[in-house]
Design a binder for this molecule. Structure first.
Ligand code: FAD
Length: 509
């Protein structure tokens, strides 16, 4: 049994209507709590936001939706379901990977379809390696999900279970790159199953192999797109919360918390004061700590993930070589990660994610028009150019990106643009996000699992953290879990059925 907050918890104020806050709200409502959600913006979503630009409906944040069942759990908490509110389109292929040598691979989530594609791409030995990798990914996911990811920890000692031995036997504590290399020799294929480490903010050569669980999520479990765009998900969660009785107060910025001893007694906003029995804080970690008046001391300063530049383009044409999601890899690889995480230089030979949501939902653009979302990872403002420097850098970086995309086959991209919007680390910084990154603290070993900033904070009895800065971490599936875990810290439940010992997990690759 893990710790729960002490005393009365009848009325809970959730600060922030991003995915973590909305997930917490739904799980709390399901457990019979009265819930008030206080959000500084004019609507829900947080980083999963929406911007309307000349008739183009732009998702400002996540584009890759995996593990929708975790969102479904939040709806189920109030007796609903995700699918009754959001139409999910499974993406086939999940990604298209395009390489600097001109080759291209479609990432299918079906085992047979992907093995056939890998064989076409790199021969039968690699196809056999892929199938063994897939089996390992499935076992790794089973070993981790309910015990290490979907779990509250009170201390690292909480890890010392048979499950830890199982994860170790699977090679989860080795390095991701090396582990995937045991299955696949082709360097291009290895990229397809290790680039996800960047989502965790760590180069594949240094990331724990356990983070292959992200590759499981998108290459095995599948990638989905909500019709209406990713923002349809937080919108639907907010609607479900309101219908289940939550009060949602938008346009209210929390400025401080009132205390009586170790308890928070009210949340004070720029407009009013909301008395509470307990509070869930989902703003970026430094903001949450400032509100609590206490930043836990850590032996080493927190390290943040790389950031990103996002170029949103509304165009009058598109390019058939683009799938819904296209990974456009540069020739460079280790240098790219070095630039992003160590030297702090902008990528000299960029690897990019190009998303074309109108491939699945043409309604997101005016008739006959197309949306392209280009995500270019970049160093965060701690190690790379500072927020102020981006004002000068931005125009040149945008032009360079367009030139590079044209060189990689999107001929005429520059002249096809009708509407555009460039988001740089300066914008993330202006939103109050530490190190100018929307991807929070990196998932280094020292910032993973029970070593990641905890969701309970010493010195305050009735406050719980949720969101990407705390456990389990960054990304849509994980922040949905963080909301559920925060709710469980308050309600003590739901009780989990005992997981029978799974002997299939023990064999190593
Ligand atoms: C460009 C981009 C691309 C991404 N791509 C993916 C992807 O493809 N797949 C994936 O899984 N993940 C992706 N992510 C990550 C994912 O979107 C985030 O991890 C997740 O949305 C964070 O949710 P959260 O609830 O923790 O934080 P937030 O969404 O930031 O929610 C916190 C909320 O608190 C509010 N708030 C802050 N301070 C206050 C205050 N003082 N008073 C009141 N309210 C306050 C904020 O306005 C915000 O709404 C991406 C993120 C970005 C930005």
């Amino acid at each position: 049994m893990t710790r729960t907050v002490a005393g009365r918890t009848d009325h809970v104020v959730v600060v922030g209507a991003g995915l973590a806050g909305l997930s917490a709200a739904l799980h709390l409502l399901g457990a019979g709590r009265r819930v008030t959600v206080v959000e500084r913006e004019g609507g829900p979503g947080g980083r999963a936001g929406r911007r309307d630009l000349d008739g183009y409906r732009i998702d400002t944040g996540p584009t890759v939706l995996t593990m929708p069942d975790l969102a479904d759990e939040a709806f189920a908490a109030v007796g609903g379901s995700l699918r009754e509110r959001v139409e999910l389109v499974p993406l086939h292929p999940a990604y298209r990977a395009r390489f600097a040598d001109g080759s291209s691979l479609d990432v299918h989530t079906g085992a047979e379809a992907m093995a056939t594609e890998v064989e076409r791409f790199a021969g039968p030995r690699e196809a056999a390696g892929y199938l063994r990798l897939r089996d390992w990914l499935e076992r790794l996911h089973r070993a981790q999900m309910r015990r290490f990811i979907d779990a509250n920890f009170d201390s690292p000692l909480g890890l010392l279970t048979a499950d830890l031995a199982r994860l170790a036997a699977l090679g989860g504590f080795g390095r991701l790159d090396a582990r995937v290399g045991r299955f696949l020799r082709d360097e291009r294929l290895r990229r397809v199953f290790t680039f996800q480490a960047l989502y965790a903010g760590v180069p594949p050569a240094r990331a724990l192999a356990a983070y292959a669980v992200i590759a499981y999520m998108d290459t095995v479990a599948g990638v989905y797109f909500p019709r209406g765009g990713m923002h349809a998900l937080p919108r639907a969660m907010a609607d479900a919360a309101a219908e289940a009785g939550a009060e949602l107060r938008y346009g209210h910025e929390v400025t401080r918390l009132e205390r009586s001893g170790d308890r928070i007694t009210a949340v004070v906003t720029d407009r009013d004061r909301v008395p509470c029995d307990a509070v869930v804080l989902t703003p970026d970690l430094p903001v949450a700590y400032r509100l609590l008046g206490r930043t836990p001391r850590r032996p080493v300063r927190l390290r943040h993930s790389p950031s990103a530049v996002v170029l949103h383009l509304g165009t009058d044409r598109t390019w058939p070589q683009l799938a819904h999601h296209t990974l456009s890899f540069g020739a460079a690889w280790h240098t790219t990660f070095d630039e992003l995480t160590r030297t702090g230089r902008l990528m000299s030979d960029p690897s990019l994610l190009i998303t074309r949501p109108t491939a699945t939902d043409p309604g997101l653009a005016p008739p006959g028009r197309h949306l392209h979302y280009v995500l270019a990872p970049c160093p965060n403002t701690d190690i790379g150019p500072g927020a102020a420097a981006w004002t000068d850098l931005a125009p040149g970086y945008r032009d360079g990106l367009l030139r590079e995309l044209e060189r990689r086959g999107l001929a005429g991209l520059g002249s096809a643009i009708e509407a555009e919007c460039l988001v740089t680390p300066a914008a993330w910084y202006a939103q109050g996000l530490a190190a100018g990154t929307p991807f929070a603290t990196a998932h280094t070993f020292a910032q993973t699992g029970p070593f990641r900033p905890r969701n309970l904070v010493r010195g305050t009895e009735n406050a719980v953290l949720a969101g990407c800065g705390t456990t389990p971490g960054v990304g849509v599936p994980t922040v949905l879990l963080s909301g559920k875990l925060a709710a469980a810290r308050i309600t003590g439940g739901p009780r989990r059925p005992r997981v029978p010992h799974d002997t299939t997990q023990e064999a190593s690759a």
